[in-house]
Design a protein around this ligand. Structure first.
Ligand SMILES: [Zn+2]
Length: 181
């Protein structure tokens, strides 16, 4: 199965957000059904997790919460939704026989990845809040974690949105030139 994700190098909560995308002008949900979930679990390197309707519902809920929190930091309802997801699990620290270990415990296995995504979002909010951004591309709904040195990444990808923006600017300039000349 080819990787269906539009951006392969993003952290889990951003990966989750980017399951809602626009392809060929249509809104697509990579997590529309259990088959989609199975493919996505493989793509994010977690093929061992069961692709179940309950897991799908948990990820939908986490996705809405992550989106709400990122789109509007003052959205209390989104914050409560995220906290409800986080409430379903915890990370336990222990010294295992192979050394220090941190074990994620969830009440219901279906919540595991949703919990991990919410927890990873907290980590990103602690250190990199301003580097979690939506693509500036016209009609693009993708998000990214800007890990560039300058912290000025604008586009999900230079090859798509970046080039389209450049072409539009160029087009606007040449139209300008015609009007003046
Ligand atoms: Zn984009």
């Amino acid at each position: 199965m080819p990787d269906p994700r539009p951006l392969p190098d993003e952290p889990l909560p951003i990966d989750l957000l980017n399951t809602e995308l626009i392809a060929s002008g249509r809104r697509v949900d990579l997590l529309a059904d259990v088959d989609g979930l199975r493919t996505w679990l493989e793509a994010v390197g977690r093929p061992e997790l069961p692709a179940s309707p309950a897991g799908l519902a948990a990820l939908h809920e986490a996705r809405a919460a992550v989106r709400g929190v990122l789109e509007d930091a003052g959205d209390d309802a989104a914050r409560r939704r995220l906290n409800a997801v986080l409430d379903r699990g915890r990370r336990r620290e222990e010294l295992g026989d192979a050394g220090p270990a941190s074990v994620v415990e969830v009440r219901d296995e279906a919540d595991r990845l949703a919990w991990e995504a919410a927890s990873a979002l907290l980590q990103l909010l602690r250190t990199d809040r301003h580097r979690l951004r939506a693509c500036d591309g016209h009609d693009c709904v993708l998000w990214f974690h800007d890990t560039s040195r300058s912290g000025r990444r604008q586009w999900c990808s230079m090859a798509t949105c970046g080039n389209r923006a450049k072409a539009r600017r160029h087009h606007a300039r040449s139209k300008d030139g015609t009007a003046k000349g």
